[in-house]
Design a protein around this ligand. Structure first.
Ligand code: ITT
Length: 200
């Protein structure tokens, strides 16, 4: 089976991609699996630019086709922040839990109806030759008043799906993949990966 490098250092993303891409005809491997340690500086201003930077860097370093994800949380009451800077919101070297607390603090006093937000994900698939294909996905929700749930990662405990009355971290295993920004982008990426297999 051809190998596809999951170009990320985020264990939560790796777990989700392993589920989302299972049975696609590619063997998914992590940077650690191929002995690669690479931290790409995200200098782009958009998800697409950063996903492209990461995918190309990992493809060049490994010689494998690489799939990168750049994603983030856009909060309307924060004028769309933290967006592409979601991994760095409130300062460097914080835990996910500390970033969640900082966001709840920043949104203190904001009414439920004004706490609308969305997760966005752009996937870039890069070949060693430098060709890049992009897909994207989004999911709409609201920032909860308190963290709830243990599944997922990052901001999932405060991302409320209003029609379900549950946070992303409270969804049963597998269900996040069906509704999430990453799930949508990954299903589009599957079409590209299947075409790549046919073109081999
Ligand atoms: P890589 O760049 O190595 O892939 P990263 O965590 O730095 O890992 P990003 O730059 O794309 O990834 O930052 C995205 C951040 O947005 C991530 O760290 C989370 O805080 C948040 N995020 C993205 N997708 C999420 C999800 O499905 N659930 C919760 N938070 C998410």
């Amino acid at each position: 089976m051809p190998r596809l490098l999951l170009a990320t250092n985020n264990a939560g993303k790796v777990a989700e991609f392993r589920t989302l891409l299972a049975g696609c005809g590619w063997e998914t491997v992590t940077p650690a699996d191929v002995g690669l340690e690479l931290d790409v500086e995200e200098t782009g201003q958009t998800y697409a630019a950063n996903a492209t930077l990461k995918a190309i860097a990992f493809a060049n370093a490994s010689g494998l086709i690489a799939l990168a994800d750049d994603s983030g949380l856009e909060v309307d009451a924060m004028d769309g922040r933290p967006g592409v800077r979601s991994a760095r919101y409130a300062g460097p070297n914080l835990t996910h839990a500390a970033r969640v607390q900082a966001m709840l603090e920043e949104l203190r006093g904001v009414e439920d109806d004004d706490r609308t937000a969305r997760f966005r994900c752009v996937i870039a698939i890069a070949t060693k030759g430098g060709e890049v294909q992009l897909t994207e996905g989004t999911v709409e929700g609201r920032i909860a008043g308190d963290p709830r749930g243990d599944n997922g990662f990052g901001y999932d405990p405060i991302f409320l799906l209003p029609e379900r009355g549950l946070t992303m971290a409270e969804l049963p295993a597998g269900e996040k993949q069906r509704v999430s920004h990453r799930g949508e982008a990954a299903r589009k990426a599957l079409t590209i990966l299947e075409q790549m297999l046919r073109d081999r």
